[in-house]
Design a protein around this ligand. Sequence first.
Ligand code: NAP
Length: 311
Amino acid sequence: MVYDVIIIGGGPAGLTAGLYAARSRLKTIIIEKDVDGGQIATTSDVENYPGVPADATGPSLVARMVEQALGFGAEKVSDEVIEVDFRDKIKIVKGKEKEYQGRTVIIATGSVPRAIGCPGEDKLVGRGISYCATCDGPFFEDLEVYVVGGGDAAVEEAMYLTKFAKKVTIIHRRDELRAAASIQEKAFANPKMNFIWDSVVTEIKGEEMLESFIIKNVKTGEVKEIFPDEDDGVFAIFVYIGHLPSTGIFEGVVEMDKGYILTNENMETNIPGVYAAGDNRVKSLRQVVTAAADGAIAAMQAEKYIEDNFK
Ligand code: NAP
């Protein structure tokens, strides 16, 4: 079977593309390798997507997006795309499970959290090192946690962690946060929040679980080892230091800049019939609302392309 639109990625960009394409009666498939929703699925609060209730969570928003896309007739499969061939008019998308053929492809693969990259980090992921406060925060009820980063995500997720943890300490490499002023105000007013400035994590220690970690002050060079509170014996580090685009399989296939896919304002890549949408493309604002908008534009352009080239 040849699909009209193959959407790679089931985050807000892919799900919105699926909604628009299916609603236009295009034969549409969304391929997602992991959990639906991409990064938004691991976001605690969603305050700034228009129209959502004040208590909206990432997972609740994702569930509605999935329901809406499938409701209009989009198909969704769980598969990991490992290779693509966009040389012919019918594009080939190879998954681990199956091969898919499409008249158009929308790449909505998003991005993944950036790791600190210091010794010991890899080994202790899920054992005290986490990139997802929503997933792992509740494990640290009444314990101390540390959050690395100073952007919107770090500060918002640190605030979310104050719901569980007895103390949350942000470790930031500079002496001022990058996060939006409104988010900063709330953080500074929260009595559970603490800050370690001008510091980076240089080593993470532990056998089975996180036992301690080393921070270095980038201004003074001072090095300090941090242990859990003696009474607790357990603590955690949540890492929020930005993202890397998930575009590896498209290298040498579509044009990119530092790993981000280049598109025009119609989401068109350099290959006719192939579009990119969401956090994986070069753009100025990476938000749910801009990912959704990209997805809508890509789907509408795919419809136009099919009209012009296949009918
Ligand atoms: P970000 O804005 O790129 O911030 C990354 C933070 O991590 C920065 O403070 C940066 O420090 C720090 N950092 C980067 N590399 C580091 C390293 N190797 N070691 C230590 N620290 C490092 O990323 P983000 O917070 O994940 O946000 C990504 C995008 O999503 C942004 O556009 C953001 O506005 C958006 N977002 C929005 C909301 C919201 O509006 N509610 C919520 C979450 C995310 P420096 O400041 O020194 O560069």
